[in-house]
Structure formats: C-alpha cells, structure tokens
Design a protein around this ligand. Structure first.
Ligand code: F6P
Length: 517
C-alpha cells in the first residue's frame, strides 16, 4: 500500500495551504481571532481519554484546519493508520510490522500475537510482584539506553507517588563509566537487582555497562547472578549467553522508542506494581481507540500532528518547547525528544526520495517553573517564534498549602503572556505576543493518564510522519556514528591516525597525549 501514497507536497491540499498561508496564515493574530470568535476556545479545545487539550492559542483558524484535514485525507493518513492496526509491515525499510499498540490491547484483541503478548505480560508482572515482595532487594538498577532507558526512567519518575517507598531505582545508560561507578558506590550486591534492558542485546553502551556490573558483582562476592540479573530483550539467545537466567522477551515489531509497554517497562512494574502497570496500558489503549475511531475533526493526535505540519512546513518553525508544570514529568522532554526526533528526523521519504520540505522539529524543554527563569526570556522576546506545550495536572499529590495554585497560575500566566504580549511599556519592556502554545490538562498524574498522554504523542508523531510519507519507525541515522566509534576506539588504543581528517586526527592525538604510542 505504500506505493500508492501521494507525496504531501504534490497534493491539492498542500497548494491550498500555501495559498492560505500567504493570504491569512502569515499575518494571523491570535488576539484578533479571540476577539472575532466567542466560540474559539470550544472550537479548538477538546477532551480525549484521560486528558483535556486546549489548542485555541495556536496560529490556526477553522478554514486552515479544514485544509489540513483534506491534506490528511489526500495523503491517506487514515488508511496508513488502519494498516498499522492491521499489522501490515509499514516499517518498510526494515520490513517490519508496527504493533506496539498490541502490547496494551486486551487479551481478546484477536491478533495472532495476542496470546504471546499476554503470556509474557503475565509472567513479567508476576516477577515484578515477587521482586516487590522481596525485602532483600533494596535497589533496582536498569542498564539500558535510548528507548530501553528513557521510557522506564521517565515513567518511574512520573509515577513516583505510586512507588513502593522501600526500593530505590537507578538508571545507567551512558558508556561514561562515571555513571555506573556512581551507582555501584551506592548499592550492595546482595540487595541489588540489575535489569539489562536492550532490544538487540548488542548495544555498545549497554553491553559494556552490563559486563562491568557483572564483574563488579562477582568481585564483591556476589554469587547468584541468576537471582540478581534479569534481561529484557528480543535477543533471548544473547541474554542466555551472557549468563542471565530470567529473560522477558518482546518482538521485532516493537520499536525501541515504543517499548515502554513491553518487558522494557519492568522497572516501572516493580516500582508501581502489576495493577498500576495494567492501568498504564489501559490508559494508552483508550487513546489507541480514540485514534482509531474518532473522525479526524475530533481526533486529538490527528489535530496535533497536522498542526505540527502547518508549523513546520508553512510557518517554518523548526523547534517546539515542552513545558511540563509538574516536576515528576521532568524526563518527559527527553522522552519526547527520542519519540519525535528519532521517528521523524528524516530527509527522504519511505522510498528513499529526497524531501523538499521540513520534517521533525527540535524538541526541548525543562519543567516549569524552572524554565521560566532560564530560557523563557527568548520565548517571549527572542527573534524566533517557538510553539510551547504546557502540561498541567489539576490535583497535586502533596499537601503543602499554596504551592499548587502558584504552579498552575504560572503555567496559565506564561501561556497568556506569550499570546497577549504587552505593547504599552515601551522599548525593552514590550512583548510582541501572538506566540503560539498548546495546553494539556490532566486530572491527576496517574498511570492511566500517563499512558494516555504518551500514546497521544506516539499517534501525533505517526500522523505527521504519515503526511510527510516517511518511515517513522526506522533509525538509520544512528548507525554511522556507531561504526566510526568502533574504528576510533581501536585508533585511540593504537594511536593510528592514517586516513583520518585533520580535525579528528588532531583531537585524537590530543586525547592520547602522554600515552605510549
Ligand atoms: O541507537 C538508537 C537505538 O537503536 C534506539 O532506537 C534504541 O532505543 C536504542 O538504540 C537502544 O537499543 P537497544 O534497546 O537495542 O539496546
């Protein structure tokens, strides 16, 4: 079916959008838009499972959004979505299906892999409960990188209010030995469970850290590797060779950045328990149903993905800032960076043809209110316009008086200031305003709302990737650096600079200074 997909920039809707941008879009003013349309908030806000989204402070009107829906229809977004949910091999460069959604679907989903998915889930959750009940285990160390780190790390922090207080969680990802060393200094071998998380079980950073952790464990007199190490991987054979007895597998149709829902979620399951983990899956599944079944006009991930196309390819915005107003969501920006930039940071279409338009923006951010005292200056008065995404949680999980309303007031105030601006103070004190933002509201930060939020972003990224006609599920761009690092590791040892460019050779010599040739 991929052969039949029309290029977005060759559609009628694309041309209409170019015209609309020239006639209305470039000069669009949010303040006027609200003044002229009393129903703007209702028109551009909507509930979706477990959350509410206000998109009304974006540079968009009803006619532009209609043209964007036409673009989605002309580029076959719905058919592409249905192909994903039908298990077709839409990851065409790797010839793989894309079925992370199946990991959160009910037992009777009817897919050929449903039984295996639920058997693994049941086994993993039973293991998680045993670890939770094991008073001897005080520390869980997850060793993994990219999707095998960011998802569980983000989610364990986000759901800290639900964590079993007696156990501590550590995440080691970097090959930089400082990171592992710092963790090893804080844990005892007899009290530690190491989880080696790697889809491929070949990733340099993870395997280096796992080998060092195992060597440390044995040096410290730890004997029972089988009890203190478990593996989360699709490469069960390699895990066995490593000496791990307990392995929870998953499948090649789960992309690394979509793997939180699989065995890679084990640290979270240990932290919050089986029931809460199932609630996370159920929240994500509710968003899957929303994405599958709602018409485009009320389909939140679709509306967001189309807005992303409008901003990237017509307004030319090349970055988006993520502003979670909840400190437990502090790793959300990093998580979304991988999700969006590794998925859609491509410059050829699914057939390898160069693209003549922009794809993934840069995502970045920090929790509010910290960001306000760092880079919000640029967001308010800088020369570039950067759409901002605010996340607020209605109910706090603490009882400290006053704080939460101040937090919420700050989120509202920043979004208001970005839009309203200020023209009456003169010179340096003026704010141009008309700066776009979206605002997401969660009732509470709990497993279901977190699951729904993450699935919302997965499908949003799917939507913009489908319009752009790219393969959002491969990541060839990370390969070259891996190959070169292998070569340079040998050259660092030997000092051989033959054939290197002048800069790399010069730096290598400087890094080796004082070593024997
Ligand atoms: O190098 C990129 C990447 O392949 C990511 O897509 C993935 O999440 C990460 O590396 C880790 O891979 P693995 O889980 O196989 O160790």
């Amino acid at each position: 079916m991929s052969a039949a997909r029309p290029r977005c920039d060759e559609t009628l809707a694309w041309r209409r959008l170019q015209e609309r941008f020239r006639s209305e879009g470039a000069a669009f003013d949010l303040r006027q838009a609200f003044a002229q349309d009393a129903g703007r908030f209702e028109r551009f806000s909507q509930p979706a499972p477990h959350l509410f989204a206000d998109l009304s402070k974006n540079l968009i009107d009803a006619a532009t959004e209609q043209a964007l829906f036409s673009l989605a229809r002309e580029t076959g977004v719905e058919a592409w979505r249905d192909a994903m949910f039908a298990g077709e091999r839409i990851n065409n460069t790797e010839q793989r299906a894309v079925k992370h959604w199946l990991l959160r679907a009910p037992r009777d989903a009817g897919d050929a892999d449903s039984v295996a998915v639920h058997e693994t889930l049941d086994a993993m959750l039973a293991y998680a409960e045993r670890v939770r009940a094991d008073a001897a285990i005080t520390d869980v160390v997850n060793i993994g990188i990219g999707g095998s780190d960011l998802g569980p790390q983000m989610a364990v922090a986000a759901l800290d209010a639900f964590r079993k207080p007696a156990q501590r969680f550590h995440f080691v990802s970097n090959v930089d030995g400082h990171e592992l060393d710092a963790v090893l200094q804080r844990v005892r071998p007899e009290g530690t469970l190491f989880l080696v998380a790697s889809k491929t079980f070949t990733t340099l950073e993870t395997m280096t850290n796992a080998r060092s952790a195992r060597a440390w464990f044995q040096r410290q007199g730890g004997r029972d590797v089988a009890r203190h190490f478990a593996a989360l991987t699709t490469n069960v054979e390699a895990a066995r060779e490593f000496g791990v007895a307990t392995t929870f597998g998953f499948w090649d149709w789960v992309g690394g950045r979509y793997s939180l829902w699989s065995a890679i979620g084990l640290p979270l399951a240990i932290a919050v328990g089986a029931q809460r983990f199932r609630e996370l899956l159920a929240g994500a599944h509710a968003m899957d149903l929303h994405f599958r079944l709602e018409p485009l006009e009320r389909n939140l991930p679709v509306r967001l993905g189309l807005l992303d196309v409008w901003y990237r390819d017509f307004h030319g915005f090349s970055s988006r800032s993520i502003a979670p107003y909840h400190s437990a969501l502090r790793r959300l920006p990093a998580y979304l960076q991988q999700l969006e930039m590794e998925s859609n940071g491509k410059s050829v279409d699914a057939h390898g043809r160069p693209l003549a338009f922009g794809t993934s923006p840069v995502l970045w951010g920090e929790p509010g209110t910290n960001g306000q005292h760092a880079y919000f200056q640029m967001l308010h008065q800088g020369t570039d316009r950067v759409p901002v995404e605010f996340f607020a949680v209605r109910q706090a999980a603490h009882a400290l008086p006053g704080h939460h309303d101040l937090l919420l007031a700050n989120a509202l105030a920043q979004a208001q200031a970005l839009m309203q601006g200020r023209a009456d103070a003169g010179g340096h004190r003026n704010f141009p305003g008309n700066r776009p933002s979206s605002f997401f509201v969660l009732e509470t930060l709990d497993p279901a709302s977190l699951g729904a939020l993450i699935a919302l972003y997965e499908h949003r990224v799917f939507t913009s990737g489908a319009v752009w006609g790219i393969d959002s599920f491969d990541q060839w761009g990370v390969e070259l650096g891996k190959v070169l690092a292998g070569d340079l590791a040998q050259r660092l040892a030997s000092g051989d600079t033959a054939g290197l460019d002048g800069s790399t050779a010069g730096l290598l010599r400087r890094l080796r200074a004082g070593r024997a040739a």
